[in-house]
Design a binder for this molecule. Structure first.
Ligand code: FMN
Length: 199
């Protein structure tokens, strides 16, 4: 852990001591809006995402916020827009994404693996205040929620929603090996509306 990170965690600890509630907005430090260039420089969406994971957060039409861990996804460029792709199974977060067509992705740096493992093995369909129970907090990114413990984040608007099926795959080993034991993912390709440095 580098020195800056230690300092920031100490700051976060002070904010908690001052009354911040797990699952609620973290008092400090405030997220900073950044350029797409800075997002792309800060996030390794290939090996980094596979190794360090991300948290996808959605807010349903009633205002309910839920999040899940995601290791699959990417950042790129399509249809003349900056895009973020995620592959979301039949999870509660997906239901909330589909209600509003928006989600955020917070990218981690290897810290908080224990919390992300909990977030990725429990469902908001059964756990009230799932984010708080995972020991994580919600940051406000210009009015949209994201998991505050990530380093970088983006807020996204769905452009394409495609529910995968066996016939989509040219490589038959993926439906056989990956989807043999789980529900099909929906591939969302979403426009990056804003990019953020969380701390
Ligand atoms: C390390 C890790 C990575 C994961 N990556 C994904 C992913 O990319 N896509 C997905 O649909 N589920 C993924 N999951 C599973 C979901 O996070 C998990 O099913 C979660 O409980 C769903 O929560 P929800 O029902 O509250 O939405 C991952 C889980 C872990 C632990």
């Amino acid at each position: 852990m580098n020195q800056t990170r230690r300092k920031m965690l100490k700051l976060a600890g002070l904010a908690l001591a001052a009354g911040a509630v797990p699952g609620q907005a973290l008092a400090a430090p405030a997220p900073r809006k950044i350029s797409l260039e800075e997002l792309a420089r800060g996030v390794d969406a290939v090996e980094g995402l596979a190794r360090n994971w991300s948290a996808v957060t959605a807010r349903g039409k009633s205002g309910e916020v839920n999040a899940m861990t995601a290791g699959w996804g990417g950042l790129g460029n399509a249809w003349k827009k900056p895009v973020c792709t995620v592959y979301i199974g039949p999870h509660y977060t997906r239901k909330l994404i589909d209600e509003t067509g928006r989600f955020s992705v917070a990218y981690f740096d290897g810290a908080h693996k224990r919390e992300l493992t909990w977030l990725g093995t429990h469902t908001g369909a059964e756990e009230q205040d799932k984010i708080a129970k995972a020991g994580l907090h919600v940051a406000d990114l210009g009015g949209f929620p994201a998991i505050a413990e990530g380093r970088y984040a983006c807020v996204c608007r769905v452009l394409l929603r495609h529910e995968l099926s066996a016939r989509d795959f040219v490589d038959a080993s993926i439906p056989r090996d990956i989807y043999g034991t789980r529900g099909w993912s929906v591939l969302y390709c979403a426009e990056i509306e804003s990019a953020w440095k969380l701390f």
